[in-house]
Design a binder for this molecule. Structure first.
Ligand SMILES: CC(C)(COP(=O)(O)OP(=O)(O)OC[C@H]1O[C@@H](n2cnc3c(N)ncnc32)[C@H](O)[C@@H]1OP(=O)(O)O)[C@@H](O)C(=O)NCCC(=O)NCCS
Length: 165
């Protein structure tokens, strides 16, 4: 797969996650996390009214997914992963951009998420997008594995200020 070509073709396509996507999502999940969610955990989460799943696809193949919770003031990203064969091609960033487009100025103004202290790829990925680590959550994953709490706030642009006048 050619990363440069992909970045130049409006790639990937991002849409709602549907039940039929779950086998592909589970394969990505298994290839991405030491303690992957089970199908049952995905189904139970996605049944909640404020939880939404989206997938990134390319040529009818699911190559990434994200799951997030809508809160009154923020969006909490529960999980995001990209198929190993499609990493470093802008797929994760495209999904974050989709998520950031759902922020509403002065209302749902930030995205939050957690990353393990040992998941350096995730930390660099989040920082590259503009997330900042604001807190350490002690023993979040295991008794000896902390998490960093990351926050992203939509940059305030001139047009936003103009539109509030
Ligand atoms: C983290 C993850 C979602 C990134 O997805 P991706 O599609 O590969 O990320 P992108 O190609 O959009 O990367 C955007 C930028 O983030 C940074 N980045 C992403 N992965 C990186 C890595 N492994 N090492 C260093 N920087 C990285 C780079 O700055 C990159 O830009 P560049 O490729 O132009 O240098 C993917 O590696 C993954 O699925 N990991 C396993 C699951 C996981 O850890 N999820 C938790 C994320 S919070």
């Amino acid at each position: 797969m050619n990363a440069t070509r992909n970045r130049n073709q409006g790639f990937p396509h991002i849409r709602w996650l549907i039940r039929r996507d779950l086998p592909a999502v589970l394969r990505i999940e298994d290839a991405s996390f030491r303690e992957p969610w089970t199908e049952d955990e995905f189904v139970r989460s996605l049944r909640l009214r404020n939880v939404i799943g989206m997938v990134a696809e390319h040529e009818d193949m699911v190559i990434g997914y994200m799951i997030y919770e809508l809160h009154r003031d923020s969006i909490h990203l529960l999980s995001i992963a990209v198929h190993p064969d499609f990493r470093r091609q802008g797929v994760g960033k495209a999904m974050l951009t989709k998520l950031a487009s759902k922020l509403v100025y002065q209302r749902r103004g930030k995205i939050t998420t957690l990353a393990s202290e040992i998941n350096l790829d995730a930390q660099v990925f989040l920082r590259d997008y503009g997330f900042r680590a604001t807190e350490v959550v002690k023993d979040h994953y295991h008794p000896d594995e902390d998490a960093y709490f990351f926050e992203y706030r939509q940059p305030v642009t001139a047009s936003v200020w103009e539109s509030t006048e």
